[in-house]
Ligand binder design. Structure first.
Ligand code: SF4
Length: 558
C-alpha cells in the first residue's frame, strides 16, 4: 500500500500499511486498480469525443467512480470491485465503437500503441485478483520511469480529477451538469497515459482543473441558491433540544430537504453536523421548524461525538470514519458514501424524494441527543449578503479601519498542528476582516471576533465549495474600487487543505494568478522540492510558519 492522497498521509510521506483514515490495504489496492482502469477507459473515451461517441452515462460513471475515491467517501471493497468491472465493460464497448468510427473516417485500422491500462483483461470478477493487480499498478508503479517532478504533478492532476468528479456529482444531485467538465475528466486521465509529459503541459492542465473547479463550485452555488433561496446571515444554535433527532453530515442540501420534509410532522428534530451547518442559512430549509441546531464539531470528531447524539446519523458525502460499536447500528450512508456493514439509503427515484423512512423509524425509538456544546454561530454570508456589505467594506479599506482581508478557508482534520488556524484567526488584529468557508472554522467559531464599524469581523460563506462566493465577491470588490483584479486588494489567502476538493481550491487560486497563498498544516506530500520551488516562484505558495511570523508577513505584504 502506498497512499498520499490527503494531508493525513503518515509522517506527511504516505500511508503504507493502513490508512490513517481507516482505509485498509485491500481497499487502497482496489482504488489503485480503479484509477488504472479509468485511465484505460479514458484512453479511448478522450479520443472518442471527436466522434461524439461518449454517452452521458459514461460521463456520469467517470465522475461517480472518481468521487468514490475521494478521501473518506467509500471504504467498501464490493463497491470498488463493481466500479472496476463497470469501467472495463465501458472501456471495451467504447473502444469497439471508436475503432469502427476511426476506420470509417480514415480508411485504415486504428493501430496506435495501446497502453496496458487500456487492454488489461481478467478471467473472472474476483476481489482477490483485483487486489493483487492493484498492488502492481499503484501510485509508485511508474515513479522511476517518470521521475519525482512529473510523477507528483500527474498525481496532483488525478487528485484534481477526483475533486472535479465529486463536484460533478454534487451538481448532478441538484440537476446540473457541465459537458466541458465531463470532457476534461476523460482528457486529464488520458493525458496521464501519454508516453511523454512535460511540466508546462501538466501545469496548463492543472490550471484548467482549477478553472473548472471554480466554475463547478459556482454552478453548485447557483443551483443551491435557485433551489433553496439566497443564504441569509443566520444564527445557528449549537446546543441540543429535548426531542429525538437525526444528525446529517456531509454537503448535500437536497438530502437535507428531503429529510426535513419527511420529518416535519413526525416529532423528530434534524441537526446538522460539520459542513452541513450551512443548511441553516437557506430560506427553503430554515423554514422547517425542526431544523433545530448544529451538533458537534468538524468531521474528525465524529468518533467521540456520534454516540452521544443517541439518534441515527446520515452521512451524505465525504466525511465517514470507521463507525465505533457504540453507534454502528445507527449510522447510515447515502450517495457515493459507503462503509462495509453500514446501511445504505438508495438514490431517489426520478421525481420522488429520497426515502428516509428507515432512519425516521429508528429516530422515533431513540433518546434526545446528549448536550455537547452550547452557544451559537452565524453563517450565511453568501454572495448577496457580502455584496450588501461592499460599500461599508470599501469605506473601511479607504479609511484604514480595515487593513487586510483574510480568506481562511478549507477543511479541518486530525493533525494537531491544525490548532495553528485557531491561533491565527484569534490572534489577527482587530483591523482584519476574516472570510471563512469549510469546516476549518470549527476550531474558532465560538470566539468573539467583534465587528469593524458594524461589519462582523468573521464572515462565513458556508461549505468549502462556497468559497467561490468569496472569490466572486473579491473580484467584484476590486472592480468597484477600480483595481485591475482581486490580487490588487490587500488580501491574503490561507488554505487549510485536507483532501482532493481542497487541492482544487488551491488550483483555482493558481488559475487566478494569486501572489500569496499559504497552505497548511503541511505541504502536499506529492509535490517534489523542485515543484514546490516552482509554485512558490509562480504563485507565492508557501507553507505555514509560526502564527506570529505569519501574521507579520501577512500584514507586511503589499
Ligand atoms: S486517504 Fe489519506 S489517510 Fe487515507 S490512506 Fe490515503 S493518505 Fe492515508
Amino acid at each position: 500500500m502506498f497512499c498520499y492522497h490527503c494531508q493525513e498521509a503518515k509522517k506527511n510521506i504516505a500511508c503504507d500499511t493502513a490508512g490513517i483514515c481507516g482505509k485498509k490495504a485491500d481497499v487502497s489496492s482496489l482504488q489503485d486498480l480503479l484509477s488504472y482502469t479509468l485511465k484505460g477507459l479514458a484512453f479511448y473515451s478522450a479520443q472518442a469525443q471527436e466522434y461524439d461517441l461518449v454517452t452521458l452515462k459514461t460521463d456520469r460513471f467517470m465522475a461517480k467512480a472518481l468521487f468514490a475515491m475521494v478521501t473518506n467517501v467509500n471504504f467498501s471493497p464490493d463497491d470498488f470491485v463493481a466500479l472496476i468491472d463497470e469501467s472495463i465493460r465501458r472501456r471495451d464497448s467504447i473502444a469497439k465503437k471508436f475503432r469502427a468510427a476511426f476506420q470509417l473516417k480514415n480508411k485504415q485500422e486504428y493501430n496506435q500503441t495501446i497502453p496496458e491500462a487500456a487492454s488489461w483483461q481478467y478471467p473472472t470478477t474476483d476481489q482477490k485478483e483485483f487486489v493483487s493487480k492493484g498492488e502492481s499498478v499503484g501510485v509508485k508503479a511508474d515513479f522511476e520511469l517518470l521521475g519525482e517532478d512529473i510523477h507528483g504533478l500527474l498525481e496532483c492532476l488525478i487528485y484534481a480529477a477526483k475533486g472535479l468528479g465529486s463536484l460533478a456529482i454534487h451538481n448532478l444531485e441538484i440537476g446540473q451538469e457541465d459537458p466541458e467538465l465531463y470532457a476534461f475528466l476523460h482528457q486529464a486521465l488520458a493525458y496521464t497515459l501519454k508516453p511523454e509529459h512535460n511540466i508546462d503541459d501538466i501545469l496548463a492542465m492543472l490550471n484548467k482543473s482549477g478553472q473548472l473547479g471554480l466554475s463547478a463550485m459556482n454552478q453548485l452555488n447557483k443551483a443551491n441558491t435557485e433551489t433553496f433561496g439566497e443564504p441569509e446571515p443566520t444564527t445557528v444554535h449549537l446546543d441540543t433540544w429535548d426531542k429525538p433527532g437525526i444528525l446529517v453530515s456531509g454537503h448535500d442540501l437536497q438530502d437535507i430537504e428531503d429529510l426535513l420534509a419527511q420529518t416535519a410532522d413526525a416529532g423528530i428534530d434534524v441537526y446538522t453536523h460539520a459542513e452541513s451547518i450551512s443548511a441553516h442559512a437557506y430560506p427553503a430549509l430554515k423554514k422547517y421548524f425542526n431544523l433545530v441546531a448544529n451538533f458537534g464539531g468538524a468531521w474528525q470528531d465524529q468518533k467521540t461525538q456520534f454516540a452521544k447524539f443517541n439518534g441515527p446519523v446520515l452521512v451524505t458525502t465525504n466525511s465517514i470514519q470507521q463507525p465505533k460499536k457504540t453507534y454502528q447500528e445507527k449510522i447510515f450512508s447515502t450517495g457515493m458514501v459507503g462503509w462495509p456493514g453500514v446501511t445504505h439509503i438508495p438514490d431517489r427515484k426520478p421525481g420522488e424524494r429520497k426515502d428516509f423512512s428507515e432512519i425516521i423509524e429508528l429516530a422515533k425509538q431513540s433518546e434526545a441527543p446528549t448536550a455537547l456544546t452550547e452557544g451559537q454561530f452565524t453563517t450565511g454570508y453568501g454572495y448577496q449578503a457580502l455584496r450588501e456589505l461592499s460599500d461599508k467594506i470599501i469605506e473601511c479599506l479607504n479609511s484604514g479601519a480595515i487593513k487586510k482581508l483574510i480568506v481562511l478557508v478549507g477543511t479541518d482534520g486530525r493533525h494537531k498542528e491544525r490548532n495553528y488556524y485557531q491561533k491565527l484567526a484569534t490572534t489577527l488584529s482587530s483591523d482584519t476582516l476574516i472570510f471563512t468557508a469549510g469546516d476549518c472554522k470549527f476550531r474558532f467559531m465560538q470566539h468573539d471576533f467583534g465587528d469593524i464599524n458594524g461589519i462582523p469581523r468573521l464572515l462565513d460563506a458556508g461549505q468549502s465549495n462556497d468559497y467561490c462566493v468569496i472569490i466572486r465577491f473579491l473580484q467584484d470588490l476590486a472592480k468597484q474600487m477600480g483595481l485591475s483584479d482581486m490580487n490588487q486588494l490587500p488580501v491574503s489567502f490561507e488554505l487549510s487543505w485536507f483532501e482532493q476538493k481542497t487541492i482544487l481550491m488551491m488550483l483555482a487560486l493558481f488559475s487566478l494568478n494569486v501572489k500569496q497563498l499559504r497552505i497548511g498544516p503541511t505541504l502536499p506530500p506529492f509535490f517534489s522540492e523542485n515543484i514546490l520551488t516552482l509554485l512558490k516562484d509562480k504563485y507565492g505558495l508557501i507553507g505555514i510558519d509560526d502564527v506570529e511570523n505569519d501574521i507579520a508577513a501577512i500584514m507586511d505584504a503589499s
